[in-house]
Write a protein that binds this ligand. Sequence first.
Ligand SMILES: NC(=O)c1ccc[n+]([C@@H]2O[C@H](COP(=O)([O-])OP(=O)(O)OC[C@H]3O[C@@H](n4cnc5c(N)ncnc54)[C@H](OP(=O)(O)O)[C@@H]3O)[C@@H](O)[C@H]2O)c1
Length: 251
Amino acid sequence: MTRRILLLGGTAEASALARALAARGEDAVLSYAGRTRAPAAQPLPVRIGGFGGAAGLAAFLRAEGFTHLVDATHPFAARISRNAVEAARATGLPMIALVRPEWRPGPGDVWHRVPDIDAALAALDGPERRVFLALGRLSVAAFAARPQHRYLLRFVDPPQAPLPLPRADLVIARGPFDEAGETALLSRHGIEVVVAKNSGGSGAEAKLSAARRLGLPVVLIDRPAPPPRPEVQDWTGVLDWLDHASMLRGV
Ligand SMILES: NC(=O)c1ccc[n+]([C@@H]2O[C@H](COP(=O)([O-])OP(=O)(O)OC[C@H]3O[C@@H](n4cnc5c(N)ncnc54)[C@H](OP(=O)(O)O)[C@@H]3O)[C@@H](O)[C@H]2O)c1
């Protein structure tokens, strides 16, 4: 049986893995949820949109003849990661998650770590501040419950609906970002506190370096607990796993 890989993507790490798989001539398909209007061009065939839960993903894996499943989605994309584990179990396919390491505080960081969005909201109790809400489009609406602040938002695509926050400035930009640019952005908007997810990775880390440089506090939302599953931290680990998993199965 020849190897055929479904790669669940939507991250820079998934794109790096896609390049590596294409370079090795692997038969692989990259899957996007479809949140971004114009995803970056990819060297692998791409499919877009949800599968219809774990059962839908399992049916798709079977129907399309996949032999391996790689979950390289964002560490906060909890639903698809749970579905991937369930679908791998249902189909008996080997699966692995590519998960970038968390950010850890260093000297000069003023981080308030919180478990979830509700706790981040609670951390914003109190008088008006200028807040850089470094969260995706889908996560910012909850902050309407703290309307006293002035928010800076940054999205990849221009929003199609009015912003859910009454006092917000919007920047449209796609990472990766660098420390100098992030420092300039925070200074220009007079930002006093940054709210971010502990996504990890290099492409989004510059806002934390900029906050450190400016002495600003960061409310950092912890990752949801992942389901038990095998994990590697970089794409080379996925290639090693593919060769190893194939050897074990004799394919
Ligand atoms: N959450 C974040 O902070 C964040 C940040 C950057 C990028 N992303 C990326 O954006 C995508 C969606 O994130 P999310 O937070 O909405 O995830 P989620 O809550 O775990 O997923 C919601 C639903 O979207 C569909 N889906 C998610 N990822 C998919 C993929 N790669 N291919 C096909 N369908 C997918 C699945 O629909 P069905 O159940 O119908 O299959 C899933 O149940 C992910 O691919 C993730 O890597 C997320």
